[in-house]
Design a binder for this molecule. Sequence first.
Ligand SMILES: Nc1nc2c(ncn2[C@@H]2O[C@H](COP(=O)(O)OP(=O)(O)OP(=O)(O)O)[C@@H](O)[C@H]2O)c(=O)[nH]1
Ligand SMILES: [Mg+2]
Length: 300
Amino acid sequence: MIEEGSTVAVCGLPGSGKTTYLAALWHQIESGEIDTQFKRGAYRSEYGYINSLRNVWLEGREQVRTAQGSPNNVKLDLIGREGENIALNFPDHSGEVFSSIWADRECDQTLLDTLQTCSGLIAFVNVNNFRKPIKLARLIEQARSLEELQGNSEALPESGQNVAHNQEVWSPSNSPHQVMITDILQCISSAPISAPIQKVAIFLSAWDLVSDQGVSPEQFLTQNMPLLSEYLGGGESGWDYQVYGLSAQGGKYRSHDSEDPLSPQLEELMKLPKPSERVRLILGKDDMKDLSSPLEWLLS
Ligand SMILES: Nc1nc2c(ncn2[C@@H]2O[C@H](COP(=O)(O)OP(=O)(O)OP(=O)(O)O)[C@@H](O)[C@H]2O)c(=O)[nH]1
Ligand SMILES: [Mg+2]
């Protein structure tokens, strides 16, 4: 039986797909167009914010970046499979509060409150915009070319400065995303945050952009984010985890204020009689539509 006042924490760097998921989830539950694990309960909460996200999603437009500062408190009144009433809290934080855990070693107080009271965590990674790890072989290759260039002084740029100018200055915020996410998960589970949660659903968002690669979400994680995959799978981390491929839009949406005509792909999506059918959620070999199904696992 799921507790009445449960909270799911939504974690992810800027642009990782958090708000889009909430918008699509709410549409599926509110419309009742498809069979979902959780149904809509009697309205007891404030729905202004989540309804505005849903309308943007229905129009095939990207969500506006979530503003920094206080999170938008989303509370959904739901009914579980066993008929239980659940008021599910889903605070929509901006991605910067998560970057700040990694880069500044600081945790926003409201996020801390969420983490210490939640039953489960969803961690988002956008497969379209994550910063990949640099392969050691590539670094060695670059170092060799630099050595060759230095050995051949005629080939060097006149002052030698262009080489330095082209190098990116390191800062915590331009680290590979898998390093940041692994560290954030580690911080969440250890002191001083010590969140009492064990389950994390990893959502690889914008999955429609990689679904033709023929790999499962778990394989994608192993191939592209080996550090995170080993951290989760190594057994030492303490997390019970599942990796999902999530397409909450089904394809590319227009930007929030675009006046451009719809792309052929978006036109097809918009023609679907049930907008809930735009969505895909992949877990292993299962290809699902119901965005609330991971919540059942997270909350039970
Ligand atoms: N192709 C595709 N793009 C997606 C999908 N879901 C999200 N995106 C894109 O990913 C980007 C970020 O999505 P948001 O939901 O705003 O991300 P967020 O994590 O809330 O970002 P912040 O509010 O900045 O923290 C947007 O450009 C979305 O259009 C999807 O299913 N498919
Ligand atoms: Mg957002």
